[in-house]
Ligand binder design. Sequence first.
Ligand SMILES: Cc1cc2nc3c(=O)[nH]c(=O)nc-3n(C[C@H](O)[C@H](O)[C@H](O)COP(=O)(O)OP(=O)(O)OC[C@H]3O[C@@H](n4cnc5c(N)ncnc54)[C@H](O)[C@@H]3O)c2cc1C
Length: 535
Amino acid sequence: MSLGRNEVVDLQPLVKEADVVIVGAGVVGCAIARELSRYDLEVVLVDRESDVGSGASKANSAIVHTGFDAHPGTLESQLVVKANWLFDDLARELDVPFKRVGALLVAVTEEEKEKLDQLKATGEANGVHDLKIIGRDELLAWEPAVNPSALGALWIPRESLTCPFTLTIAYAENAIANGVKLLLETEVEEIMVARGEVRGVRTNRGTINCRWVINAGGLYSDRLAQQAGLADFRVTPRKGEFWVLDKAVRLVEHIILPVPTPISKGILVTPTIDGNTLMGPTADNIEDKEERAVTAAGLAKVLEGARKLVPGIHPSQAIAQFAGVRAAGNAPDYLVGPVANLKGFINACNIRSTGVTSSPAVAQLVAEVLAEQGVSLQPKPSFNPYRQGIQRFAELSWSERAALINKDPAYGRVVCRCETVTEAEVVAALHRNPPARTLDGIKRRTRAGMGRCQGGFCTPRVVQIMAREMGVAPTSLTKKGSGSELFVGASKCLLTEQPKKETIGKATPASAGSPLSDYHSAHYRQGTLASKEVG
Ligand SMILES: Cc1cc2nc3c(=O)[nH]c(=O)nc-3n(C[C@H](O)[C@H](O)[C@H](O)COP(=O)(O)OP(=O)(O)OC[C@H]3O[C@@H](n4cnc5c(N)ncnc54)[C@H](O)[C@@H]3O)c2cc1C
């Protein structure tokens, strides 16, 4: 959903009444919102962060699993297996990148080789019938960079790649276009209950009355569940660290998986949908739900695990490291459904390591649960399943690029050199709904800052465009919301004894003149200014 060039969507006013409030705008909550937007319901999606997809959904391996290795008979196995088949249509409808590259689960020791038959049998028990065991020669012919000592592999053709940022944003955009209201920076602090029924939610911005609350709170879903009386459910944060390699290094064409252990799928090496190579993750239980630091020990573990599969990997090929945190709850399986003794509260949590994949199937199940609980799901004739993404200049032919530049000269101004992202794409990201409002929001919508220089070149350019389009001073801009401000003042003013903060001024549109132009003139004068004042 695009807005006019000069329209900016700010924090939405609080909605007072709804049929359904979905708590959590990760990939699961956004998928549920999109699914419910098919029906004649007032649906409100809330998240405490400043953008959708700011939790586990922003940092994962981005693989659409087949479910071959899930525990047979679990809800997780059913939903993952079902969801994999939904992705072809979903990706087409929502214009989300999706590639069925396939995975090779590589056995390096005799003991691991013996497990391949057992893994194939598990996959078949889950309804994944296209698995095949291949020998060493075939494996190395397909993937010459794989460990030459490998003894064979399990071929899983439908393991696939997607972009979890685009998927989450696309679900949200399509849900909003179909009538869902998204409230960001809105934290649910209490589930309001009377006589055994949900009556609404109290948030940091006021109260929303509703009869149905869906708990898609990821790492914090235990707190919400506890409020609803599910006292025993606890989420342990489980951190996973990753390395991202430069696009210039193309080591593998398939997802290269290790033989899993009982607690983890293990450290994989995979191409990303955008052409980098990703290796990781670790799986370490931690205390703090907000802890996302990468560590020397974690990164060393990743390197060791990745080199077991692909020995040629070298740390000098890395452009970034990051960590994601899974919501590993103490329940043995996904929790999707109503809770006893509280009508109106539906869980969609304990989704752990497979939520990117299972999201469309979880969403369908939540709709079925609501129907079973007596919600009347009247299909909305106006529902439009399609969403068009931001046109990626980097993916176009030269003639297509020329045609675009003719239409809009902003396509001729490349702001991110590594990923060839243009000013027009950044502008588009700022004027969609939900709009990017942070540097990370721009990054996830356009890839500006995701390349080899990791934002060294594009950050000042993106900041200028954001300030201009949002009509704010650059110093008010953040990386990922309040508390992550990008600037402390105009640069080099810090060299003076009395920083001239007043040159930045209060937020007013740049086109009207001062704050941004003051900022630029202060910025470009600063060498002289600073040396004069210091001297
Ligand atoms: C290292 C790692 C690797 C993974 N690899 C894969 C993979 O390859 N394939 C795959 O399918 N899955 C993978 N996953 C799992 C996947 O990322 C998660 O299952 C999925 O992102 C969970 O989505 P979610 O919407 O449930 O949670 P989240 O994305 O965490 O969203 C929950 C949201 O709820 C909000 N929230 C919480 N409490 C409140 C409140 N009180 N009020 C308002 N908002 C609130 C949070 O701000 C957050 O945005 C991986 C995960 C990790 C960490």
